[in-house]
Design a protein around this ligand. Structure first.
Ligand code: 0GY
Length: 289
């Protein structure tokens, strides 16, 4: 099982060539722990996955930019993520995790470093609960910076969280397609309710990421493709794509990142959809100040 803690050391070169300026809009840095210790409150301890490896992967896969999402193993200490942003020559933006006690000066310092969103995580295996009322206060405070909210939840929690989600101000980006139950299929009630929510609330965006986490067939991602393709075709200007490197908490297999990139033309089958997914949408959300 320990092998599954380590990201793929030598991913293959993808067959798909991303368009110029493509953004990997969901990835993380972990540590290195010697410089950026993991949070005492963490629920898992990953291997080090430092910024140099992330930037090398970006280049290898044919991408230009990254959106680095604060991972739960670093709690509310955003310094490893900020350090990566500052070393990126403006080619990375960040999504931070902050507590209710964050100061306005603290938020502004994160903004100067390249942070453009806060993340609220509702997965019990990853975090202890932050009450939605606290999240709502933080969401209101970040609006003046032009930031958005990024949320991660399990599909079975959608009904419970929907009133909170639809009351949030500004853009709200949902991680990993809302983690659909792939066995139920795209016509299952859960995914259909998710689509209806996005139809009704035009401020909701979605990451069409993590076939390796959601699929039921190991390295064969074909069962997840219909979910992502439905979202890309129905909401072409509200979708983002990311590798989720370095893939914490994987149990079935550790993906080859080249394989993940080669899923893109199957979920975004035209050049126009690929341009929106990989360039125009993330640039609009993260690089327009
Ligand atoms: C992801 C998914 C996971 C972990 C985290 O912040 C995190 O620790 O998001 C997961 O375990 O599903 O997006 O990296």
């Amino acid at each position: 099982m320990d092998d599954l803690k380590h990201f793929c050391k030598a991913p293959r070169k993808p067959r798909f060539t991303p368009p110029a300026g493509a953004v990997d809009a969901h990835c993380h840095v972990f540590g290195p722990a010697a410089s950026f210790p993991f949070a005492p409150s963490r629920k898992y301890t990953p291997v080090d996955a430092p910024k140099e490896k992330l930037f090398a992967l970006r280049d290898h896969l044919g991408f230009t930019r990254n959106v680095i999402v604060q991972a739960t193993c670093h709690g509310t200490d955003n310094s490893a993520m900020v350090d990566a942003l500052q070393a990126s020559d403006s080619r990375a933006r960040g999504v931070a995790v902050v507590g209710a006690n964050v100061s306005d000066n603290g938020l502004e310092a994160l903004h100067r470093a390249g942070v453009r969103a806060v993340r609220f995580n509702f997965l019990k295996r990853l975090v202890d609960d932050t009450p939605p009322e606290i999240c709502a206060i933080i969401a209101a405070r970040i609006q003046r910076l032009g930031w958005h909210v990024n949320v991660y939840f399990e599909s079975e929690d959608l009904a419970r969280l929907a009133p909170f989600l639809i009351a949030l101000p500004g853009v709200v980006v949902i991680d990993h397609m809302g983690r659909p139950d792939v066995a139920a299929g795209v016509n299952g009630a859960g995914f259909q309710q998710f689509l209806t929510l996005l139809d009704t609330h035009k401020n909701l965006w979605v990451k069409v990421s993590c076939p390796e986490r959601l699929g039921l067939r190991g390295r064969d991602y074909s069962d997840v493709i219909p979910f992502a393709r439905t979202l890309v075709e129905r909401f072409p200007d509200r979708v983002l794509w990311g590798t989720d490197w370095p893939h914490p908490n994987m149990h079935s297999h550790m993906p080859d990142d080249g394989d993940l990139v080669d899923v893109i033309p199957e979920i975004a089958p035209t050049v126009a959809l690929q341009q929106a997914l990989l360039v125009d949408n993330p640039m609009r959300l993260y690089w327009e100040d």
